[in-house]
Design a protein around this ligand. Structure first.
Ligand code: G16
Length: 550
């Protein structure tokens, strides 16, 4: 094994976003691009933490195009940067929650997770990389900021001249008398064992054998093999209950984002009137997101989090109760109402799973969730799509009622936070920044203004003060809060790779829930108009309708 230093020039666009660095595949394919970023990560680790001589790095990705090449490069760079061992998922694949689990279970120093999540794949699609720390969760801003700083001044990277590792074959390859080892593992089994330790598989098995019909959509992405092992091999459901469960490098040309727009095959099945099945679920490119559907019924991610929190004690892992909950700021306040009733704390963090890690490590929260189709608990430090699906199945199996009935009972008890998100994707960056600047310019004049039946109480740009490490994160989204508790939030996405994506989050509270079936778009129609009026979005971007509504 011979280490070399390769001279390089900095790239100026390697600032990690909401969840690591996400760019077009073609950007990552530029000479030295990936290497520069990985070296900036390793340099940060060596500077900020003591990397022990026996340090192990977990490496895996969602299997998208460019995953295999990137993994070989990372292994060679890990060897030259003082790691003693790399654990890699078979075929280079690890779902994001499985990667988090492997880091925790095998106590590795950290991990590199290769994914652009729900973004499209293939040669013209997206690729991504992020660093996860030893708790299994995404690196905090202190680390990601330093990575960016180092990427701006990098002059060289270290790489070892190793032969290509056969990542399809399980087992260990040892170099230089044990100075460096690569171990290829089957991560599906570890993850499935973890799920079996959390949920009551016997009661779910009985439900699935009772004529209850479910459909899981893997969206041609990473969760297919996990779903096969868990639902078919361990829970005994039929193979026909799984769809799109063979991972493909370009997600079969699809967009692996589990929402009502992109999971259209599943949506058709679940909204087929009398023919609809009892339960439907989908997860995304890297397996951390989930969408839950009942018979002709969509559960918003914010409601899903609230329902899981309210029913947590039905699940073996949480039978003694939950310590607290956390949600990202744009996520609806539905879970806040559950927390108030359970008399447990509820934390409001910025968008980005990395903000939950400190709270979980400190034992302050057990469940977390985001409006962006992510929920999870302290079993890992990432959001976890299949975990959420199993949680729902466990609740349904114990309660023995439909998804819709669960929501109806929940709303009757807690009221309903009517909620929707409107995304305007790939807007020219300048126009999107103009919209945000225009809203901010009204911060002084908006309070007390009346818009139809709504009166503005206050508005701000959300700041988060981390109660554990004291760090402060500013500019996390504009909030316009109305007198009656309704609100509009505007944010620029930190995960897009083309222009800017502007998100508008709309929320109104309905305490009486007179009309359970009221369509959120109908209920929020007036607020949608107000959002467009305040932002001048149509005038400034020329967009007359959102790209995606969830
Ligand atoms: C990532 C983050 C989430 C965040 C989501 C959307 O999810 O892990 O915390 O909510 O992006 O972020 P944005 O609104 O900035 O696009 P994923 O599933 O893409 O890794």
């Amino acid at each position: 094994m011979h280490n070399q230093i390769i001279n390089t020039q900095p790239f100026n666009d390697q600032k990690p976003g909401t969840s690591g660095l996400r760019k077009k595949v073609k950007v990552f394919q530029q000479a030295h691009y990936l290497e520069n970023f990985v070296q900036s990560i390793f340099d940060t680790l060596h500077e900020q933490e003591t990397v022990p001589a026996d340090a192990t790095l977990t490496v895996g990705g969602d299997g998208r195009y460019h995953n295999r090449q990137a993994i070989q490069t990372i292994i060679q760079m890990a060897a030259a940067n003082g790691f003693a061992r790399v654990i890699v998922g078979q075929a280079g694949i690890l779902s994001t929650p499985a990667a988090s689990h492997i880091i925790r279970k095998y106590k590795t120093f950290g991990g590199l997770v290769l994914s652009a999540s729900h973004n499209q794949g293939g040669v013209n699609g997206d690729f991504g990389i992020k660093y996860n720390i030893s708790n299994g969760g995404p690196a905090p801003e202190k680390i990601t900021d330093s990575i960016f700083e180092k990427s701006r001044v990098i002059a060289g990277y270290k790489i070892a001249n190793l032969p290509e590792i056969d990542v399809d074959r399980l087992g260990e390859t040892v170099f230089d008398d044990g100075k460096f080892t690569v171990k290829v593992i089957d991560a599906v089994l570890d993850y499935a064992d973890l799920m079996e330790s959390l949920f009551d598989f016997s009661v779910i098995k009985k439900l699935l054998a009772s004529g209850f019909k479910m459909q899981f959509d893997g969206m041609h992405a990473v969760t297919g093999p996990y779903a096969q092992e868990i639902f078919v091999n361990r829970l005994g459901t039929s193979a026909a209950s799984l769809m799109n469960c063979v991972p493909s490098e370009d997600f079969a040309g699809g967009h692996p984002d589990p929402n009502l727009t992109y999971a259209e095959d599943l949506v058709k099945i679940m909204f087929a009137g009398d023919k609809a099945l009892d339960f439907g679920a989908a997860s995304d490119g890297d397996g951390d997101r989930n969408m839950i559907l009942g018979k002709n019924f969509f559960v918003t991610p914010s409601d899903s989090l609230a329902v899981l929190a309210a029913n947590a004690t039905l699940v073996p892992a949480y039978k003694n109760g939950i310590a607290g909950v956390a949600r990202s700021m744009p996520t609806s306040g539905a879970v806040d109402r559950v927390a108030a009733k359970l008399n447990i704390p509820c934390y409001e963090t910025p968008t980005g799973w990395k903000f939950f890690g400190n709270l979980m490590d400190a034992g302050k929260v057990t469940l977390c969730g985001e409006e962006s189709f992510g929920t999870s608990s302290n079993h890992v430090r990432e959001k976890d799509g299949l975990w959420a699906v199993l949680f729902w199945l466990n609740i349904i199996a114990v309660k023995n009622i439909s998804v819709e009935a669960i929501l109806m009972a929940h709303w009757a008890e807690f009221g309903r936070n009517v909620y929707s998100r409107h995304d305007y994707e790939a807007i020219p960056t300048e126009a999107a920044n103009g919209v945000i600047a225009h809203i901010k310019s009204q911060f002084n004049s908006l309070p007390n203004q009346v818009f139809g039946s709504y009166k503005v109480k206050t508005c701000d740009d959300f700041s988060y003060h981390d109660p554990i490490d004291g760090s402060i994160s500013n500019n996390q989204g504009i909030r316009i809060l109305f007198d009656d508790g309704s609100r509009i939030v505007f944010r620029l996405s930190g995960t897009g790779t083309e222009g800017a994506t502007l998100r508008i989050y709309l929320e109104a509270f309905d305490p009486d829930v007179k009309n359970h079936h009221l369509d959120a778009q109908v209920a929020l129609a007036e607020m949608i108009k107000i959002a467009l009026q305040i932002s001048q979005l149509v005038e400034r971007t020329g967009r007359v309708a959102p790209t995606v509504i969830t």
